[in-house]
Design a protein around this ligand. Structure first.
Ligand code: GAR
Length: 187
């Protein structure tokens, strides 16, 4: 099996990046984490790239052409799939056009519920019984592309934002690698 070269986009802690790097050490995992892109120079997740000797790029999103710099790098590294692992910047239509059906995002809710930001806060306010995470393809509309998989759990009385985040991310670390396997199962 020839592994696909994947690029992971991050903005923060990088726990999902860590889990993908970890799983990619397995023989039959379909991707190799070949490049990491961060839009935040102080993102903790960059440490996972450094520790694992994975090339990384920190982009200055104040520059108008920053996405072109990303595209250039991605082409140079022959990247064939992009995973958004807590990347908090909206991706332009032009960028999506260049990577149609090759950008995958993880979101901390059961989509189509609770698209966008402040997810945990809104979930609690709505008194939801269940929540979880969703892995989906990225299209031009926010958190709306085709769903690859979801994982859910029941919210317990007393669960606050911090607890929901912890439980959701625990599921995410299983869901993202599982989605990667699902994507390439028949390819
Ligand atoms: C994850 O929980 C992911 O679902 C969320 O950011 C977190 C990043 O955590 N993404 C979004 O909210 C995107 N709308 P990590 O940096 O520890 O992987």
């Amino acid at each position: 099996m020839v592994r696909k070269k994947a690029c992971i986009f991050i903005s923060g802690y990088g726990s999902n990046l860590k889990s993908l790097i970890h799983r990619s050490r397995e023989n039959n995992f379909p991707i190799n984490v070949s490049l990491v892109i961060s839009d935040k120079f102080n993102a903790k997740g960059i440490l996972h790239a450094k520790k694992n000797s994975i090339p990384y790029l920190i982009v200055n999103t104040k520059k108008r052409n920053f996405e072109n710099l990303i595209l250039k790098k991605i082409k140079r590294y022959k990247i064939s799939v992009i995973f958004l692992a807590g990347y908090m910047k909206i991706i332009s239509k032009n960028f999506i056009f260049n990577f149609r059906n090759k950008i995958v995002n993880i979101h901390p809710s059961l989509l189509p519920k609770f698209k966008g930001l402040n997810t945990y806060q809104r979930i609690l306010k709505q008194n939801e019984k269940q929540t979880g995470c969703t892995v989906h393809y990225v299209n031009e509309k926010l958190d709306s592309g085709r769903i690859i998989l979801k994982k859910s759990f029941f919210i317990k009385k007393g669960d606050n934002e911090k607890i929901l985040k912890k439980k959701t991310q625990k599921l995410e670390h299983k869901a993202f690698p599982e989605a990667v396997i699902k994507i390439y199962r028949y390819n």
